[in-house]
Design a protein around this ligand. Sequence first.
Ligand SMILES: CC(C)(COP(=O)(O)OP(=O)(O)OC[C@H]1O[C@@H](n2cnc3c(N)ncnc32)[C@H](O)[C@@H]1OP(=O)(O)O)[C@@H](O)C(=O)NCCC(=O)NCCS
Length: 348
Amino acid sequence: MNSTNVLLLHKNNMESRIYLFCASTSFPYFAMSFSTRLMLPSDGDEVAELIFNSLNVWHEKNRGFKLVPGTWEILRIFPRVYEALDPNCCVTVVDTETNRIAGACFFHPRSTHTSLGILAVHPDFFGKRAGSMLVKYIADFTDRRNQPLRLVSGATNIDSFSLYSKFGFVPECFYQDVAVAMYHPVEVNAPDGTEIRDATPDDVPAIAALERRITGLDREKDYRFFLENTDKIWHTSVMTSSAGIIGVMASVCDPGSNMLGPGVAQTEEQAAALIRHELNAYHLHRPVVLIPSAAIKLRQALYDIGGKNCDLHISQVRQPGGKQAASGRPCFPPSSGLVFPTFMPESG
Ligand SMILES: CC(C)(COP(=O)(O)OP(=O)(O)OC[C@H]1O[C@@H](n2cnc3c(N)ncnc32)[C@H](O)[C@@H]1OP(=O)(O)O)[C@@H](O)C(=O)NCCC(=O)NCCS
């Protein structure tokens, strides 16, 4: 294949169709057509298997290792959790000749923004603009809502970075992913005047208000979901002081994902204590937490308990229309605190 031209033949809000006319050595031209549609409940396993193959083939090719261990069933967590949290919020690109799903992307609309993720294209369709169709669908969705679109992308993944850059995303904060092997509990050392405890559903309004103060983002629905904890995979800690709730850290523990976040804290010392408290819920596990790389004291606190860097990520924002923000959130440090994103659920 030595050249590709794209002709957009049909588009409306629910479906768009793209035809790729590719020159090849054996056939002068052949046509491949894609259409977008929302994921159906019956697509769940195909999407989980696609994500598994996409991540593992991409990582093996570009970084020499498979990202996800075991078999694809481990990633049923994505359709299962995301359909419960945000039903009908997964767009797929389908090869219209075969009805195969070529790519899928979940999105999470909230009152202040929408988050994008996870995005994956099946390796058989890499480079054929399926990823572009998925991002475009969600960018159009947020443009209609006049909202920022947010995500966390791999800092070592030039393919996804380039795709997001093409659609107007701008890096906001650089994160390092720190894994901590929890062979034994660690000292929490809550700062003077603060306490840390497990959160309860009654805490949700105060947690949501805190996050709004620190980030300007509304994630009340997510915290309510974690604390209802129907599938028993979530845990959430809060830090309190005489001022009420001043920090929060959620986490997930499932064969498909064991990581801390989302969370917010006001200072690095408070964040370190919250993280240590949350880590203590995972004896004999190796959870991962994304910390802002500029938080020097915090990262040292994690190194002190055996934390190892295992990846790098960047939070990115696309303003409506793909335009630069006139007054978007600043890069780290945000004026009023620290932000801890996660991929489950995507909370850039
Ligand atoms: C990242 C991923 C989704 C990209 O999907 P894709 O369908 O292969 O991407 P597309 O073909 O739609 O387009 C990629 C675009 O980026 C551009 N691009 C790629 N590399 C580039 C580079 N180094 N510099 C500039 N642009 C680049 C391409 O030219 C293309 O734009 P164009 O159509 O205007 O030419 C796919 O590689 C994937 O699934 N990877 C594994 C899973 C993953 O990484 N998910 C993202 C998690 S953060």
